[in-house]
Design a protein around this ligand. Structure first.
Ligand SMILES: CC(C)=CCC/C(C)=C/CC/C(C)=C/CC/C(C)=C/COP(=O)(O)OP(=O)(O)O
Length: 428
């Protein structure tokens, strides 16, 4: 069951004490349960927080004053939707639903399963485009060798499109992580975003943008995850602490979950799959989150040396750890226990992702299995290093990588399940 936090703005000053009430609706169902998170009986107007254990999406918030004479019961303040603060998971799930709906719409419009639109190759541009894609392939081969090898099994159109997406993500990441990162300002990111809008409108700025511009015209790829990735880079410019997992989850969605959402429309869902489109998108999102959490756990020491701690502050405190412990970089039992829980959570996201890989079109499964298995192994290596991720970088040896490839290849033949293990198509 999801937990949502609602921000509630209390009513005008003439009410001395206010009792908040909640009514939550999901397709006609009323609130399941609501719990006060503190501060809800307020003497002064201001903010309060409700924590809701819910299986519904929207909630109305209102106030019931103790002083009934001066404030009409349950009528005066129904929260403006803008006042309702959803959990990151819910916000991101809304994006997933939107992406899935877009793909379904395209499939209906095309009258065929999700696939390429070869009709969109503009005459006379074939040679230039082919050079642009080749360049994207070279970049992908240089920076993500294993993944690149996997993409070679895909159909040529899909492979090239994945390279173009990869290159755009890499360039975006380099803005804040690359050699010129110290000069990057929010307005530079704004310019990068308007360039993105231009390429989605068919006006690419350079050769590599041209490849992505072509890709987004060929496949039902939406701009939202791309914009969200730029948002993640903006966040990285000012934020170096994450108060809880919800906060960190949003960051992981921005910088990595988005990649999953960008990739599915290109990779394609197997025609025989019984999974819902949103189920597959959700699994793709989970893979991005799992990868990013793994990346964070591997790089704790490196990030700390840049003054950054991508770990939930509340969980650190619960484990009896502070920022200073991270900067000191000592592996203690407290740290080991904390890490065990973080690793467990990352593995849960990998497990969720696994359910979706099988639903992808057959040729797309191998590279995804390979990257999933390899990235998950980094968690094993952190354990093997006795949780010393301060001074030791966990990495998967060449030999282990080589052993993983045939295993991934073998898994790519697992057919979409008839019941789809939690990802099944709605029967309506
Ligand atoms: C599971 C389903 C249904 C589909 C797959 C959808 C995909 C392709 C998801 C992958 C998402 C992904 C690759 C996210 C990027 C995550 C990440 C942390 C990348 C790290 O990149 P680098 O910083 O280059 O990594 P290294 O530091 O390890 O080199």
């Amino acid at each position: 069951m999801a937990v949502a936090f609602l921000r509630v703005v209390s009513p005008p000053t003439d009410v001395s004490s206010t009792l908040c009430f909640l009514e939550a609706v999901r397709e006609g169902t009323r609130l399941v349960s609501a719990r006060h998170e503190g501060g809800m009986r307020r003497k002064k107007p201001g903010l309060g927080f409700f924590s809701l254990h819910m299986d519904f999406k929207y909630a109305c918030v209102g106030f019931e004053p103790e002083n009934r004479g001066s404030f009409p019961i349950r009528s005066s303040l129904v929260a403006n939707p803008a006042e309702v603060v959803m959990s990151s998971e819910q916000k991101v799930y809304d994006v997933v639903l939107k992406q899935a709906a877009l793909v379904k719409e395209q499939m209906r419009a095309n009258g065929r399963p999700l696939d390429v639109r070869p009709d969109l190759v503009v005459p006379g541009t074939t040679q230039l485009m082919s050079e642009a894609y080749d360049r994207c392939g070279e970049v992908c081969a240089e920076y993500a060798k294993t993944f690149y090898l996997g993409t070679l099994l895909m159909t040529p159109e899909r492979r090239k499109a994945i390279w173009a997406i990869y290159v755009w993500c890499r360039r975006t990441d380099e803005l804040v992580d690359g050699p010129n990162a110290s000069h990057i300002t929010p307005s530079a990111l704004d310019r990068w975003e308007s360039r993105l809008e231009d390429l989605f409108d068919g006006r690419p700025y350079d050769m590599l943008d041209a490849a992505l511009s072509h890709t987004v015209a060929m496949f039902p790829v939406d701009i939202q995850p791309f914009k969200d990735m730029v948002e993640g880079m903006r966040m990285d410019l000012w934020k170096s602490r994450y108060k809880n997992f919800d906060d960190l989850y949003l960051y992981c969605y921005y910088v990595a979950g988005t990649v999953g959402l960008m990739s599915v429309p290109v990779m394609g869902i197997a025609p025989e799959s019984r999974a819902t489109t949103e189920g597959v998108y959700n699994a793709a999102l989970a893979l991005g989150i799992a990868n990013q959490l793994t990346n964070i756990l591997r790089d704790v020491g490196e990030d700390a040396s840049r003054g950054r701690i991508y770990l939930p502050q509340d969980e650190l405190a619960q484990a009896g750890l502070s920022d200073d412990d991270i900067f000191a970089g000592k592996v203690t039992d407290k740290w080991r226990n904390f890490m065990k829980n973080q690793i467990k959570r990352a593995r849960m996201f990998f497990d969720q992702a696994e359910k979706g890989v099988t639903e992808l079109s057959q040729a797309s499964r191998w590279p995804v299995w390979a990257s999933l298995l390899l990235y998950r192994k980094i968690l094993d290596e952190i354990e093997a290093n006795d949780y010393n991720n301060f001074t030791k970088r966990a990495y998967v040896s060449k030999a282990k990588k080589l052993l993983t490839l045939p295993a991934a290849y073998g898994r790519s033949f697992i057919r979409p399940s008839r019941t789809s293990r939690g990802l099944s198509k709605a029967t309506t």
